[in-house]
Write a protein that binds this ligand. Structure first.
Ligand code: GLA
Length: 682
């Protein structure tokens, strides 16, 4: 039974309130340092430490030799200082002895290079030896610590798919064939699905099939799509094997693994089903002035992956990371603001990578809650200050956001969209999504992500920036929504292919044609650096990357191309179905999509989290507690002080002051206002 142990109001773990802490790689330090760490954790208000993430070689120095003494002492020490433990299963970095005994467990690239020991994640996800060794270690840890009073959470593995998402070795090939046999049962069905009549790719039996290793030219698209599905499943099988051990031995303790935000290689809808709650590692780049918008988008996804339940920010950098070409620190206040942003979008805990800065290893220049300089540093002061602030926000725990619009995200479609040999290689899902999300973000509209087929009740609009791969069932799902009075806005190059990535013949957008009331005669990608003018009633906007020769079949054209080969042809359309409307945007409008969304969403009466207009750089969300209390979260990402007029009164939990009518936020400042009940009009 997955996910059975989570419950929003119960908190993520048995530790009450909002969690605070980080990865504590105590195994990198002599034990004398631990006492200081435990004392300083208490000083900073740390409630949860993630322990042992890369400790496999220390825990099991040889095949039949175990060393738990140090971990016993560490857990006892942390417990004595009031710090609960998120205990890692330590399986992301197999020890040298295991790799030397079984060199074949190392992963192989598409070019046939077997990756060497000396970093981390050097294992093949399909390796039976790896899986057996990982579950053996998990079992040993679970049996030893199941009743330890410090244990609050199991942290399976670490960032599945970081570094290695796929392996092309012989064992993976066998596993891929097993997976394909389960999916297709007979090879003729596979031949049909893969379209192997093309280029003489027909298979006589499953044994003839290999992973899509580097080949002379373009690969078979369905083989590549199935390979993506398989690779996500292969890593998930590793995770599930560890989870099964923990469920058997230690069912009372919740389990999670740290996701990596909007990560292409893993279908997190499927993965989230096997987590008690979602946790995420987020590393917005301080050098990117729009990083907070992308962060908001990924936090909304994390919240959505488990139906809006609170999630955990498992890792973020207190200041700089060490893995970008140039690693900017977070200027004073940014760490606090970005942490509050995660809370504003539904997180119930803020953790960091890592507690104490390493002095050796590849991450020795990565920031930490306790920097190299120690407690005299700015970083330490921010660590302590934020720990104290979190305690003031304790009542936020368990409260939830309510999305008013839904954005459809389908990993199958993402994978298929980005396969080779398409009309344009520039159509990448995150690039298509981002401007749509930003337009809603800037209007203070809270969105949820949904997967095809999800319940859509309560959403005033459904947005599909791209649904390249779209099944008949998904088209029916969207049609039912619009016929029920909903507003759909669908982006370009959608409804193109079916589950097997075969084109829906007869005219794009395939099964969405009747709903959208349009047909695409031909795709008309826009060259790099060029743009086309599109004329809306409200003014001119610009398309880049993509346009389409679009003809209406019942829809009304609301915008036309005003320049280029398609001048005069429809660019944006609306097909009215009773109270519902199905909009089609046949081009990539970048930030100008805002003008179309304004038009499309105007009749839906979507209420932003904060009455418009929000000053630039200000983000607003609302969290609702089960008892009816509403918390208005306001974040100023901009460089200027802003003065907001509030249609409500309440108390800012961060300052403890009453808020009535007006609120001033300095640069990088935030407020979390508990609204007085009668004042919540949203
Ligand atoms: C990831 C990993 C951590 C660490 C950090 C550094 O999130 O999970 O082990 O490598 O990146 O930013």
């Amino acid at each position: 039974m997955t996910g059975a142990r989570s419950g929003a109001s119960a908190g993520l773990t048995r530790v009450p309130g909002l969690l605070y802490g980080g990865d504590y790689n105590a195994d990198q330090w002599p034990e004398q340092v631990w006492a200081e760490d435990a004392r300083l954790m208490r000083e900073a208000g740390v409630t949860l430490a993630t322990v042992g993430v890369f400790a496999w070689a220390r825990l099991q120095p040889a095949p039949d030799s175990w060393d738990f003494g140090w971990l016993d002492r560490l857990l006892d020490l942390l417990h004595a200082h009031g710090v609960a433990v998120d205990l890692a299963t330590a399986t992301a970095s197999p020890p040298a002895w295991l790799v030397r005994a079984h060199p074949e467990l190392r992963p192989v690239t598409a070019d046939g290079v077997r990756l060497e020991f000396g970093s981390r994640q050097h294992y093949c996800p399909s390796s039976a030896v790896y899986r057996a060794a990982a579950t053996r270690l998990t079992r040993a840890l679970a049996e030893r610590y199941r009743d330890h009073p410090a244990l609050a959470l199991w942290h399976i593995h670490n960032e599945y798919g970081d570094h290695v998402t796929e392996c092309f070795c012989a064992e993976s090939a066998t596993d891929f064939r097993r997976w394909l046999t389960e999916r297709y049962e007979d090879v003729e069905t596979l031949n049909q699905a893969w379209g192997t009549a093309f280029w003489s790719q027909r298979y006589g039996c499953f044994e003839e099939i290999e992973p899509p290793r580097t080949a002379p030219g373009p690969g078979n698209p369905t083989q590549l799509l199935d390979w993506r599905r398989f690779c996500s499943d292969a890593l998930l099988a590793c995770h599930r094997a560890e989870r099964a051990v923990l469920e058997e031995i230690c069912p009372q303790v919740p389990v999670t693994t740290n996701f990596m935000s909007m990560f292409k290689a893993l279908d997190y809808w499927e993965w989230a089903r096997h987590e008690d709650f979602v946790s995420d590692d987020a590393y917005p780049d301080p050098a990117d002035p729009r990083a907070h918008v992308t962060a908001a988008m990924t936090y909304d996804l994390m919240r959505s992956l488990k139906d809006g339940r609170p999630w955990l920010l498992m890792e973020q950098a207190p200041s700089a990371v060490s893995w970008r070409p140039v690693n900017l620190p977070k200027r004073p206040g940014l760490q606090r603001l970005w942490s509050l942003q995660a809370l504003a979008r539904g997180a119930d805990g803020i953790l960091f990578f890592q507690w104490r800065a390493s002095v050796a290893g590849a991450e020795k220049f990565h920031s930490a809650m306790l920097p190299h300089r120690g407690t005299a540093s700015r970083g330490w002061r921010e660590t302590v200050r934020f720990g104290a602030e979190l305690r003031r926000l304790v009542e936020l725990a368990g409260s939830r956001l309510r999305g008013q619009a839904a954005v459809v995200l389908d990993w199958d479609s993402w994978w298929a969209l980005e396969l080779d040999e398409h009309p344009s290689a520039r159509m990448r899902w995150p690039d298509l999504l981002r401007p749509w999300y930003a337009a809603l973000y800037e209007r203070g509209v809270t969105i949820d992500f949904v997967r095809p087929g999800a319940p859509l009740d309560g959403y005033r609009a459904v947005l599909a920036p791209n649904l390249y791969l779209l099944t008949e069932e998904s088209a029916h799902w969207l049609t039912r929504y619009v016929h029920g009075g909903g507003t759909l806005v669908c982006g370009p190059f959608s409804g193109i292919s079916d589950r097997d990535d075969h084109v829906h013949a007869g005219g794009h957008p395939g099964p969405l044609r009747p709903l959208l009331g349009v047909v695409v005669d031909e795709h008309w990608p826009i060259p790099d650096g060029a743009s086309t003018t599109v004329r809306l009633a409200s003014g001119e906007i610009r398309a880049t990357l993509w346009s389409e020769w679009l003809e209406t079949e019942g829809a009304q054209a609301l915008a036309h191309y005003a320049s280029g080969d398609l001048a005069g042809r429809p660019a944006v359309t609306r097909n009215v179905h009773g109270a519902g409307a199905a909009w089609y945007v046949g081009c990539h409008l970048g930030a100008d999509i805002a003008a179309v969304l304004d038009l499309a969403l105007a009749p839906t009466a979507i209420a932003p989290a904060f009455p418009l207009p929000l000053p630039p750089g200000v983000e607003a969300t609302r969290r609702h507690a089960e008892d009816g209390t509403t918390y208005l979260c306001l974040l100023n990402h901009g460089p200027d002080t802003v003065r907001l007029t509030l249609d409500a009164t309440g108390t800012d939990l961060l300052t403890g002051t009453a808020v009535a009518g007006r609120l001033t936020l300095g640069p990088l400042d935030a407020a979390v206002v508990r609204l007085h009940p009668t004042e919540d009009r949203a």
